[in-house]
Design a protein around this ligand. Structure first.
Ligand code: FES
Length: 322
Protein backbone atom coordinates (compact mmCIF):
# COMPACT_ATOMS: atom_id res chain seq x y z
CA UNK A 1 0.00 0.00 0.00
CA UNK A 2 1.40 3.37 -0.87
CA UNK A 3 1.78 6.15 1.63
CA UNK A 4 2.16 9.86 1.10
CA UNK A 5 5.76 11.15 0.92
CA UNK A 6 7.03 11.70 4.44
CA UNK A 7 9.00 14.36 6.35
CA UNK A 8 11.53 13.23 8.98
CA UNK A 9 10.92 15.04 12.28
CA UNK A 10 12.27 14.85 15.81
CA UNK A 11 10.18 14.99 18.98
CA UNK A 12 11.68 18.16 20.52
CA UNK A 13 9.32 18.13 23.48
CA UNK A 14 6.74 15.79 24.98
CA UNK A 15 4.59 17.24 27.71
CA UNK A 16 1.67 16.16 29.86
CA UNK A 17 -1.00 18.72 28.98
CA UNK A 18 -3.95 17.38 30.97
CA UNK A 19 -5.07 14.04 32.39
CA UNK A 20 -4.45 11.43 29.66
CA UNK A 21 -3.39 14.10 27.14
CA UNK A 22 0.17 14.68 25.94
CA UNK A 23 1.45 17.27 23.50
CA UNK A 24 4.31 16.53 21.14
CA UNK A 25 6.38 19.31 19.58
CA UNK A 26 7.81 18.11 16.28
CA UNK A 27 10.70 19.87 14.52
CA UNK A 28 12.39 19.06 11.23
CA UNK A 29 15.24 16.59 11.69
CA UNK A 30 17.58 19.08 9.96
CA UNK A 31 16.02 22.07 11.82
CA UNK A 32 14.88 23.53 8.48
CA UNK A 33 11.52 25.32 8.26
CA UNK A 34 8.58 22.92 8.01
CA UNK A 35 6.00 23.12 5.20
CA UNK A 36 3.41 25.85 5.85
CA UNK A 37 -0.04 24.85 7.09
CA UNK A 38 -3.43 26.48 7.53
CA UNK A 39 -5.74 26.29 10.56
CA UNK A 40 -7.57 22.95 10.64
CA UNK A 41 -4.70 20.98 9.07
CA UNK A 42 -3.53 17.57 10.21
CA UNK A 43 -0.40 15.51 9.66
CA UNK A 44 -0.22 11.73 9.48
CA UNK A 45 2.21 10.39 12.07
CA UNK A 46 3.86 7.07 11.24
CA UNK A 47 4.04 5.22 14.53
CA UNK A 48 6.26 2.45 15.78
CA UNK A 49 4.64 -0.80 14.69
CA UNK A 50 3.52 0.47 11.28
CA UNK A 51 0.36 2.39 12.22
CA UNK A 52 -0.32 5.82 10.71
CA UNK A 53 -2.60 8.19 12.55
CA UNK A 54 -3.81 11.69 11.66
CA UNK A 55 -3.30 14.39 14.31
CA UNK A 56 -4.45 17.99 13.98
CA UNK A 57 -1.88 20.75 14.32
CA UNK A 58 -2.64 22.98 17.29
CA UNK A 59 0.13 25.56 17.20
CA UNK A 60 -0.14 29.00 15.62
CA UNK A 61 -0.39 28.45 11.86
CA UNK A 62 2.12 31.25 11.21
CA UNK A 63 4.89 29.18 12.88
CA UNK A 64 7.25 27.26 10.61
CA UNK A 65 9.79 25.99 13.14
CA UNK A 66 7.53 23.35 14.70
CA UNK A 67 4.30 21.39 14.57
CA UNK A 68 2.41 20.83 17.82
CA UNK A 69 -0.02 17.92 18.19
CA UNK A 70 -2.11 16.82 21.17
CA UNK A 71 -2.88 13.15 21.75
CA UNK A 72 -5.50 11.68 24.07
CA UNK A 73 -4.83 8.24 25.50
CA UNK A 74 -7.95 6.45 24.34
CA UNK A 75 -8.71 3.08 25.96
CA UNK A 76 -10.77 2.18 22.87
CA UNK A 77 -7.89 3.04 20.53
CA UNK A 78 -6.62 0.48 18.05
CA UNK A 79 -3.10 1.21 19.26
CA UNK A 80 -2.31 4.67 17.88
CA UNK A 81 -2.79 6.76 21.01
CA UNK A 82 -1.17 4.17 23.28
CA UNK A 83 1.87 4.00 21.02
CA UNK A 84 2.19 7.79 21.10
CA UNK A 85 1.93 7.89 24.90
CA UNK A 86 4.03 4.83 25.74
CA UNK A 87 6.55 4.40 22.92
CA UNK A 88 7.30 7.90 21.60
CA UNK A 89 9.83 9.84 23.67
CA UNK A 90 11.63 13.17 23.43
CA UNK A 91 14.49 13.03 20.93
CA UNK A 92 12.85 10.27 18.90
CA UNK A 93 12.76 10.51 15.13
CA UNK A 94 9.43 10.02 13.39
CA UNK A 95 8.15 10.21 9.85
CA UNK A 96 5.10 12.35 9.20
CA UNK A 97 3.11 13.19 6.09
CA UNK A 98 2.97 16.85 5.04
CA UNK A 99 0.04 18.87 6.43
CA UNK A 100 -3.28 18.45 4.65
CA UNK A 101 -6.45 20.36 5.39
CA UNK A 102 -9.96 18.97 5.03
CA UNK A 103 -11.34 21.20 7.80
CA UNK A 104 -10.58 24.73 6.66
CA UNK A 105 -12.05 28.01 7.76
CA UNK A 106 -14.64 29.45 5.40
CA UNK A 107 -13.12 32.81 4.65
CA UNK A 108 -16.40 34.08 3.18
CA UNK A 109 -18.09 33.72 6.60
CA UNK A 110 -19.07 36.86 8.48
CA UNK A 111 -19.19 35.02 11.82
CA UNK A 112 -17.63 31.74 12.98
CA UNK A 113 -18.91 29.49 15.78
CA UNK A 114 -16.26 27.00 16.93
CA UNK A 115 -17.33 23.96 18.95
CA UNK A 116 -14.80 21.58 20.47
CA UNK A 117 -15.37 18.43 22.49
CA UNK A 118 -12.41 17.01 24.44
CA UNK A 119 -9.28 16.48 22.36
CA UNK A 120 -11.24 17.79 19.36
CA UNK A 121 -9.99 21.15 20.61
CA UNK A 122 -6.72 20.75 18.68
CA UNK A 123 -7.82 22.02 15.23
CA UNK A 124 -10.39 24.34 16.81
CA UNK A 125 -7.77 26.10 18.94
CA UNK A 126 -5.64 26.68 15.84
CA UNK A 127 -8.72 28.15 14.11
CA UNK A 128 -9.48 30.41 17.08
CA UNK A 129 -5.93 31.74 17.06
CA UNK A 130 -6.07 32.37 13.33
CA UNK A 131 -9.44 34.15 13.59
CA UNK A 132 -8.25 36.23 16.54
CA UNK A 133 -5.12 37.27 14.62
CA UNK A 134 -7.18 38.35 11.63
CA UNK A 135 -9.74 40.25 13.73
CA UNK A 136 -12.64 38.01 12.61
CA UNK A 137 -15.94 37.74 14.47
CA UNK A 138 -16.00 34.39 16.30
CA UNK A 139 -17.03 32.57 19.45
CA UNK A 140 -15.64 29.29 20.76
CA UNK A 141 -17.28 26.70 23.01
CA UNK A 142 -15.11 24.00 24.55
CA UNK A 143 -16.76 21.03 26.30
CA UNK A 144 -14.76 18.61 28.46
CA UNK A 145 -15.43 16.10 31.19
CA UNK A 146 -13.68 18.15 33.88
CA UNK A 147 -11.18 20.96 34.40
CA UNK A 148 -8.28 18.54 34.82
CA UNK A 149 -9.11 16.88 31.48
CA UNK A 150 -9.15 20.24 29.67
CA UNK A 151 -6.10 20.50 27.43
CA UNK A 152 -4.75 24.02 26.75
CA UNK A 153 -6.89 25.62 29.47
CA UNK A 154 -4.01 27.85 30.55
CA UNK A 155 -3.04 28.78 26.99
CA UNK A 156 -6.63 29.76 26.17
CA UNK A 157 -7.29 31.55 29.47
CA UNK A 158 -4.21 33.75 29.00
CA UNK A 159 -4.74 34.37 25.26
CA UNK A 160 -5.97 37.59 23.67
CA UNK A 161 -9.17 35.81 22.68
CA UNK A 162 -10.01 34.41 26.13
CA UNK A 163 -13.22 36.52 26.37
CA UNK A 164 -14.52 34.78 23.24
CA UNK A 165 -14.13 31.27 24.72
CA UNK A 166 -16.68 29.52 26.90
CA UNK A 167 -15.64 26.40 28.83
CA UNK A 168 -18.29 23.78 29.64
CA UNK A 169 -17.43 21.03 32.12
CA UNK A 170 -19.54 17.87 32.36
CA UNK A 171 -18.93 17.79 36.11
CA UNK A 172 -19.74 21.48 36.55
CA UNK A 173 -22.97 23.26 37.45
CA UNK A 174 -25.96 22.68 35.18
CA UNK A 175 -26.13 26.33 34.09
CA UNK A 176 -22.64 26.23 32.48
CA UNK A 177 -23.37 23.18 30.29
CA UNK A 178 -23.61 23.81 26.57
CA UNK A 179 -27.18 24.28 25.36
CA UNK A 180 -26.69 23.17 21.75
CA UNK A 181 -30.17 24.06 20.39
CA UNK A 182 -29.98 27.53 21.97
CA UNK A 183 -26.49 28.12 20.63
CA UNK A 184 -27.35 27.01 17.10
CA UNK A 185 -30.55 29.02 16.95
CA UNK A 186 -32.17 29.59 13.56
CA UNK A 187 -30.13 29.36 10.35
CA UNK A 188 -28.46 32.66 9.49
CA UNK A 189 -26.55 33.47 6.34
CA UNK A 190 -22.86 34.16 6.78
CA UNK A 191 -22.62 32.19 10.04
CA UNK A 192 -20.45 29.05 9.81
CA UNK A 193 -20.12 26.26 12.41
CA UNK A 194 -17.01 24.17 12.99
CA UNK A 195 -17.24 21.04 15.12
CA UNK A 196 -14.61 18.56 16.26
CA UNK A 197 -14.86 16.07 19.10
CA UNK A 198 -16.08 12.62 20.05
CA UNK A 199 -18.72 11.08 17.82
CA UNK A 200 -21.57 11.53 20.33
CA UNK A 201 -20.78 15.24 20.68
CA UNK A 202 -20.53 15.75 16.94
CA UNK A 203 -23.72 13.82 16.24
CA UNK A 204 -25.55 15.96 18.82
CA UNK A 205 -24.35 19.19 17.20
CA UNK A 206 -24.73 18.13 13.59
CA UNK A 207 -28.12 16.45 14.05
CA UNK A 208 -29.45 19.53 15.85
CA UNK A 209 -28.08 21.85 13.16
CA UNK A 210 -29.56 19.76 10.35
CA UNK A 211 -32.94 19.49 12.14
CA UNK A 212 -32.98 23.28 12.44
CA UNK A 213 -32.34 23.60 8.72
CA UNK A 214 -28.74 24.85 8.74
CA UNK A 215 -27.40 24.46 5.18
CA UNK A 216 -24.71 21.80 4.83
CA UNK A 217 -22.20 24.27 3.38
CA UNK A 218 -22.28 26.26 6.65
CA UNK A 219 -21.40 23.17 8.73
CA UNK A 220 -17.76 22.13 8.92
CA UNK A 221 -16.63 19.13 10.88
CA UNK A 222 -13.86 16.64 11.34
CA UNK A 223 -14.04 13.35 13.18
CA UNK A 224 -10.70 12.82 14.88
CA UNK A 225 -10.98 9.07 15.23
CA UNK A 226 -12.52 6.62 12.88
CA UNK A 227 -15.18 4.24 14.07
CA UNK A 228 -15.28 2.10 10.99
CA UNK A 229 -18.02 -0.42 11.44
CA UNK A 230 -17.32 -3.96 10.39
CA UNK A 231 -20.44 -5.93 9.84
CA UNK A 232 -21.13 -9.65 9.62
CA UNK A 233 -22.98 -8.89 6.43
CA UNK A 234 -19.85 -7.46 4.74
CA UNK A 235 -19.72 -9.51 1.56
CA UNK A 236 -17.21 -9.95 -1.21
CA UNK A 237 -17.59 -7.92 -4.39
CA UNK A 238 -15.55 -6.89 -7.41
CA UNK A 239 -13.85 -3.66 -8.33
CA UNK A 240 -12.90 -2.86 -11.88
CA UNK A 241 -10.21 -0.35 -12.83
CA UNK A 242 -11.41 1.87 -15.62
CA UNK A 243 -7.88 2.49 -16.98
CA UNK A 244 -7.02 -1.15 -17.64
CA UNK A 245 -10.33 -2.98 -17.32
CA UNK A 246 -8.67 -5.16 -14.65
CA UNK A 247 -11.12 -6.80 -12.24
CA UNK A 248 -10.11 -7.41 -8.61
CA UNK A 249 -12.19 -9.46 -6.14
CA UNK A 250 -12.49 -7.90 -2.67
CA UNK A 251 -13.03 -10.68 -0.14
CA UNK A 252 -15.27 -10.08 2.90
CA UNK A 253 -12.27 -9.88 5.26
CA UNK A 254 -10.22 -7.36 3.26
CA UNK A 255 -10.62 -3.68 2.44
CA UNK A 256 -10.69 -2.47 -1.14
CA UNK A 257 -7.23 -0.93 -0.66
CA UNK A 258 -5.84 -4.22 0.68
CA UNK A 259 -7.34 -6.23 -2.18
CA UNK A 260 -5.98 -3.74 -4.72
CA UNK A 261 -2.52 -3.85 -3.09
CA UNK A 262 -2.55 -7.67 -3.33
CA UNK A 263 -3.22 -7.20 -7.04
CA UNK A 264 -0.32 -4.74 -7.37
CA UNK A 265 -2.46 -1.59 -7.50
CA UNK A 266 -1.48 1.16 -5.10
CA UNK A 267 -3.85 3.71 -3.57
CA UNK A 268 -2.44 6.50 -1.39
CA UNK A 269 -3.59 6.28 2.21
CA UNK A 270 -3.03 8.05 5.49
CA UNK A 271 -5.56 7.43 8.26
CA UNK A 272 -6.88 4.05 7.00
CA UNK A 273 -10.13 4.73 8.85
CA UNK A 274 -12.29 6.96 6.68
CA UNK A 275 -11.37 10.23 8.35
CA UNK A 276 -8.78 12.06 6.29
CA UNK A 277 -9.94 11.75 2.65
CA UNK A 278 -6.48 10.88 1.29
CA UNK A 279 -7.71 7.72 -0.44
CA UNK A 280 -10.80 9.35 -1.98
CA UNK A 281 -11.51 7.66 -5.32
CA UNK A 282 -14.04 8.44 -8.02
CA UNK A 283 -16.73 5.82 -8.64
CA UNK A 284 -17.79 5.51 -12.27
CA UNK A 285 -20.37 2.75 -11.85
CA UNK A 286 -21.93 0.84 -8.96
CA UNK A 287 -23.17 1.83 -5.50
CA UNK A 288 -20.63 2.21 -2.68
CA UNK A 289 -21.43 1.23 0.90
CA UNK A 290 -20.03 4.34 2.61
CA UNK A 291 -18.41 3.76 5.99
CA UNK A 292 -16.33 6.92 6.18
CA UNK A 293 -16.78 10.07 8.22
CA UNK A 294 -15.13 12.32 5.67
CA UNK A 295 -17.83 12.85 3.04
CA UNK A 296 -20.97 14.83 3.86
CA UNK A 297 -24.32 12.98 3.69
CA UNK A 298 -25.00 14.70 0.35
CA UNK A 299 -21.63 13.69 -1.05
CA UNK A 300 -22.20 10.10 0.08
CA UNK A 301 -25.67 10.06 -1.49
CA UNK A 302 -24.21 11.17 -4.84
CA UNK A 303 -22.32 7.82 -4.93
CA UNK A 304 -19.73 9.21 -7.32
CA UNK A 305 -16.76 8.90 -4.93
CA UNK A 306 -15.84 6.77 -1.91
CA UNK A 307 -13.02 6.00 0.53
CA UNK A 308 -11.60 2.56 -0.37
CA UNK A 309 -9.66 2.32 2.93
CA UNK A 310 -12.90 1.41 4.70
CA UNK A 311 -15.96 1.71 2.46
CA UNK A 312 -17.33 -1.26 0.57
CA UNK A 313 -19.94 -1.90 -2.11
CA UNK A 314 -23.68 -2.43 -2.17
CA UNK A 315 -23.53 -3.57 -5.78
CA UNK A 316 -21.77 -6.67 -7.09
CA UNK A 317 -19.18 -4.50 -8.82
CA UNK A 318 -17.76 -0.99 -8.53
CA UNK A 319 -16.01 0.56 -11.49
CA UNK A 320 -13.33 2.90 -10.16
CA UNK A 321 -11.44 5.79 -11.72
CA UNK A 322 -8.09 4.06 -11.21
FE1 FES B 1 -7.99 8.41 5.24
FE2 FES B 1 -9.02 6.64 3.52
S1 FES B 1 -6.97 6.89 4.09
S2 FES B 1 -10.01 8.31 4.44
Amino acid sequence: MSKLPTIPVRVARKQQEAVDICTFELVAEDSAPLPAFSAGSHVGVHLPGGLTRPYSLCNDSTESHRYLIGVLRDPASRGGSNAMHDEVAEGQLLQISAPANHFSLAHEATRHLLLAGGIGVTPVLCMAERLANSGADFEMHYCTRSHERTAFHQRIATSSFAPKVNFHFDDGAAEQRLDIPALLGAPASGVHFYVCGPKGFMDAVLNTARAKGWPEDQLHYEFFAGTVTKSDTDASFEVQLVSSGKIVRVPADKTVVQALADAGVEVQMSCEQGVCGTCLTRVIEGIPDHKDMYLTPEEQAANDQFTPCCSRSKSARLVLDL
